[in-house]
Design a protein around this ligand. Structure first.
Ligand code: NAD
Length: 365
């Protein structure tokens, strides 16, 4: 039995791979709000000879067929799996269907990209990772923000040590809607913040607490606050809401030397680095006391070249299939995020109790 180590991918592996070749056909399953973005990016990037688009809803299939006449549309997932030209399947269906559809696609020897979150439980996610290994197929998860230039910049700035020792991260992702009916706001929105924070800090939280309330749909929280406790006192707060008058996508990283604010809603200048900090000196008159002074330095705005993250994600998926490289957001990455969400759900049900995050070991037969 082989055990896959739960390591983070190294930043060095994050560059775009050089090789680019077209696949025979890529299938996109789920043509609701998000799936059509995949269809568009596959067409625009030209990374497949053919696109197969699958949805149960005839209106959604017709819309895609009208926009992209070369696309073959079907309502049958079975037909997608039986098509020998389809090398890869992108699953953009509701979260509750991810595991089953990904499992069946891997069993049909397709490479699979599953939209976030990878599955609804760590056990399911671990099973998909193991299956992809056994079948020697690529399993990737749609953590889109890990392909976003400002997020990669944020990660590089933290890694460079410019901010000093990281004290805490505070992230808010709020808007009016879109209310979901199968998952709560943490599984819908905080999944992005968790993936960003795990990548940026390069470590897993040890414990998580979560508070939330549902106001519209019983049992489906529409507002939540997650607290992630990392080693050495590093803490991250994630506030997510479908009930906010403003669209907020803001992450603040506070370090011992500098502070950074990433505002994804800003049209430009999404990252600002503040040369602000607290300096501490011993106050020698009363030996045990400290004296604080506050530094108010310049604000630096790094230049960031942006490309649509989904386009990069799409090309990376195809590169990995072609070259056998491990995706930056591979199944293990999806498993880690699902494990944090799972612990958060347990905490939520238990009144916000601090809950250990456990990532199941992935065992291959
Ligand atoms: N990466 C991102 O930034 C991002 C953004 C939005 C949504 N998403 C993810 O994309 C996925 C879909 O979200 P959405 O908002 O588009 O949902 P949606 O409800 O708008 O669309 C889902 C579609 O899947 C179809 N579908 C359901 N079961 C099917 C089946 N068995 N066979 C074929 N089609 C089926 C439905 O008919 C529907 O058209 C979710 O996992 C969500 O988390 C990701």
């Amino acid at each position: 039995m082989e055990i896959i180590a739960e390591t983070f991918n190294s930043p060095a592996a994050n560059g775009r791979t050089a090789e680019r070749a077209r696949l025979g056909a890529i299938a996109v399953v789920g043509l609701g709000y998000w799936g059509p973005n995949w269809v568009r990016n596959i067409h625009q990037s030209g990374c497949a000879e053919r696109v197969v688009a699958c949805d149960l809803d005839a209106g959604r299939r017709d819309r895609i067929a009208h926009l992209y006449p070369a696309t073959r549309v079907t309502s049958h997932f079975d037909r997608v799996l039986a098509d020998p030209e389809v090398e890869a399947v992108i699953i953009a269906t509701p979260v509750g269907t991810h595991y089953e559809m990904a499992r069946r696609a891997l069993e049909a020897d397709k490479s699979v990209l599953v939209e976030k979150p990878l599955a609804t439980s760590p056990a399911e996610a671990a099973e998909l990772v193991a299956l992809a290994r056994e079948r020697e197929r690529v399993l990737m998860v749609g953590h889109t923000f890990e392909y976003s230039a400002p997020v990669l910049k944020l990660r590089d700035i933290i890694a460079s040590g410019e901010l000093g020792e990281i004290f805490y991260v505070s992230s808010t992702r709020a808007n009016l809607g879109l209310l979901q009916h199968d998952v709560n706001v943490a599984w819908d929105l905080a999944v992005h913040d968790i993936s960003i924070i795990l990548m940026a800090l390069g470590q897993m939280p040890e414990r998580v607490s979560c508070h939330g309330e549902s106001h519209y749909r019983r049992g489906i929280e529409d507002v939540a606050l997650l607290t992630l406790h990392f080693s050495r006192g590093v803490i991250a707060f994630i506030h997510v809401s479908w009930l906010d008058p403003n669209k907020i996508r803001r992450t603040t990283v506070v370090g011992s030397r500098k502070m950074l604010v990433y505002d994804d809603t800003a049209p430009q200048e999404k990252i600002r680095i503040y040369d602000k900090r607290v300096d501490v000196q011993r106050y020698y008159d009363t030996f045990s006391d400290f004296q604080y002074s506050y530094r108010y330095g310049d604000i630096q705005i790094p230049r960031i070249e942006e490309t649509e993250p989904l386009r990069l994600e799409c090309e990376h998926f195809v590169d990995c299939i072609r070259t056998g490289a491990t995706p930056r957001t591979d199944g293990l990455c999806g498993l880690r995020v699902v494990s944090v969400l799972h612990a958060a759900s347990a905490s939520l049900r238990d009144g916000g109790r601090l809950t250990p995050v456990e990532v199941p070991r992935v065992a291959l037969r």
